[in-house]
Design a protein around this ligand. Structure first.
Ligand code: SOE
Length: 367
């Protein structure tokens, strides 16, 4: 006789489309969530084979279509260049797979909206890795705002600064609008900023006034047509105002995502490069709150896997996102899971930012 000491959980079989940096991050997270790394496909057979070897996938398919035709795959992770996201996500849903699709969900909001509708119609779980939501101290900021600790929110000060495009010699598939889409820096990292700001504040940006810049007119021998940086003034539906700065040409900043929310009573500030703490400011005292699981809100404590003083980081946040996605697939309803609706939301804000920069006027964000 045997005794089961661990409850049986469904083992999901994950497939990955794309073989770059993000596929590696996704597959590590899938493995941590006890999925089988079943299959991978890329733009070439050789690329798929190399990625299968590197990630330890069971099967390398010749094409994404071959992978999508495999009924043994439960969930498909789309980690390809931006312009291909919508078509692959659509095909994956139509084939009956649950989907994790990299941001931007689509390069046009009409496509993103169609994907939201399709996922709902098919009853499939469809998520977008807005993973910064999964840092425990970002959840703590959200919980404190929701509990009224900040008072009525008056202002938000947010930035997402990187420097990997600061050198004019830096080039990437994102520079070409054919593969990157009409927005570059904002779609890539402004989308994360908008998502995190709205997640922590618990309110939506209603209108924006934006200006964008191209830092270097030419990269890789071709004219640059998409923005390296954007400055955005925003108004929330509830009346709060915000300034958001997004740049991939800010020397010295590697992944500087910062959100500060100030209310009538207190401010809270989360910095993703210092994810173990939350700055809380008030007239009655200002200081850093450390990630002490026993002292955190329930959702922040849930995501705190190791005791204080044992730093958690980006891959942990990613792992938590994938674990929650898989929990939703197996019937759970984890709080704060970013779905295709959130992916659509980020595309709509991106479109409003581009429209405002082009027209020089305030633009309403489609609700
Ligand atoms: C590059 O800008 C990048 O890898 C983004 O594409 C990710 O979404 C962000 O999390 C880190 O930076």
């Amino acid at each position: 006789m045997t005794t089961d000491v661990i409850p049986r959980v469904a083992t999901l079989r994950a497939g990955f489309i794309g073989g770059g940096f993000m596929a590696a991050v996704h597959s590590r997270a899938a493995r941590a969530a006890r999925a089988e790394i079943a299959a991978i496909a890329s733009s070439t057979t050789a690329g798929a084979r190399a990625a299968a070897e590197a990630l330890g996938a069971e099967t390398a398919f010749d094409t994404p279509a071959d992978l999508l035709a495999d009924d043994d795959v439960d969930v498909v992770h789309v980690c390809t260049p931006n312009a291909s996201h919508a078509a692959i996500a659509r095909a994956a849903l139509e084939a009956g797979h649950h989907v994790v699709c990299e941001k931007p969900l689509a390069t046009a909001s009409t496509d993103a909206a169609a994907l939201v509708a399709l996922a709902a119609e098919r009853g499939l779980v469809a998520t977008v890795p807005f993973v910064y939501r999964f840092h425990p101290m970002a959840r703590e900021a959200r919980a404190r705002v929701a509990a009224g600790e900040t008072g009525r929110v008056l202002s938000v000060h947010g930035a997402y600064l990187q420097d990997w495009m600061a050198d004019p010699a830096s080039d990437d598939w994102r520079v070409d609008p054919e593969s990157g889409g009409p927005s570059r820096a904002f779609a890539d990292i402004g989308s994360h900023l908008v998502d995190l700001v709205e997640f922590i504040v618990g309110d939506r940006i209603a209108r924006v006034q934006a200006t964008t810049r191209i830092a270097h007119a030419e990269r890789g021998g071709r004219e640059v047509r998409t923005e390296d940086l954007a400055a955005v003034l925003a108004e929330f539906a509830g009346g709060a105002i915000a300034t958001l700065l997004v740049s991939q040409v800010a020397p010295g900043h590697k992944n500087g995502l910062v959100v500060e929310v100030s209310g009538t009573d207190r401010s809270v500030r989360f910095e993703q490069e210092r994810p173990e703490e939350l700055w809380v400011g008030g007239n009655d005292g200002t200081g850093l709150v450390a990630r002490e699981p026993g002292a955190l809100s329930p959702d922040a404590a849930r995501l705190s896997l190791v005791p204080a003083g044992h730093p958690m980081g980006y891959q942990d946040a990613f792992n938590a996102f994938v674990a929650d996605t898989y929990a939703a697939i197996t019937g759970g309803a984890p709080d704060g899971l970013p779905t295709f609706a959130d992916g659509l939301r980020a595309v709509r804000v991106t479109e409003a930012v581009l429209a405002s920069a082009a027209s020089g006027t305030w633009q309403e964000v489609v609700a």
